[in-house]
Design a protein around this ligand. Sequence first.
Ligand SMILES: [Ca+2]
Ligand SMILES: [Ca+2]
Length: 248
Amino acid sequence: MASPRVKQWHNLALVCVFICVIGQVQGQVLTPNLREENGKARREQHILQNIREEVATMVQKVRAETVLPALASYSIQLYELTENLTRITNSFTNLSTVIEELQQHIENRSVELSCPSQSWVMHENRCYFYSTSVGSWADARGGCQSLNAMMAEATTRSINEFLKAQASLKGGSYWIGGHDISVESRWEWNTNGANIGYTDWGPDQPNDVRLGQDCLELLEKFQWQWNDRECTRVQAYICETAARYRPT
Ligand SMILES: [Ca+2]
Ligand SMILES: [Ca+2]
């Protein structure tokens, strides 16, 4: 058993320890400085939370006002592109079918290069039509257009000789598609305005006599060599178009 004095000292020591612990706790947690720090931290957390919420609101707003409409627009464009791609793909499929059929016809020799009708004659994959009707040079141009053709153009010696030979078989003079209407003495082909290179003028031609001669004919009197003639003269004409593969 401890003596009462020792016990008294023991209790006193416990009280001292308790006071020290309380003091230490108060010193660490509840000092004015720490309370101020705590309040500051809570305010900063609150501000940070507000900032987070504002940023989230702004992001949602930007998405709603900018991103979503843009996405909708892109979706529409993508849909249209897909539609176009489908159409193009279908066109290619149809084209492939046509090519396959054409190849099959060629293999079966059921198509051949030919002219629109038996009224046309072919030379070097081109077809020529000698009209039975007559007209001025301008009428001749219109007549050929009504046949989905152009006026004949004797751009090479080979073509010219063929045209002359056919004309001699049929007889008569014929308009063809050359003229110097735009600029006197500058002869050009009607289809594309190209200057005439190869020529087969008859004797002393072109001579542009009297009121002017600006249109090109194969003249029977010259054995179908070329002559410049008044464009209003009425006579037959020669049309030209490309030969095409047609079923036999
Ligand atoms: Ca002339
Ligand atoms: Ca002449």
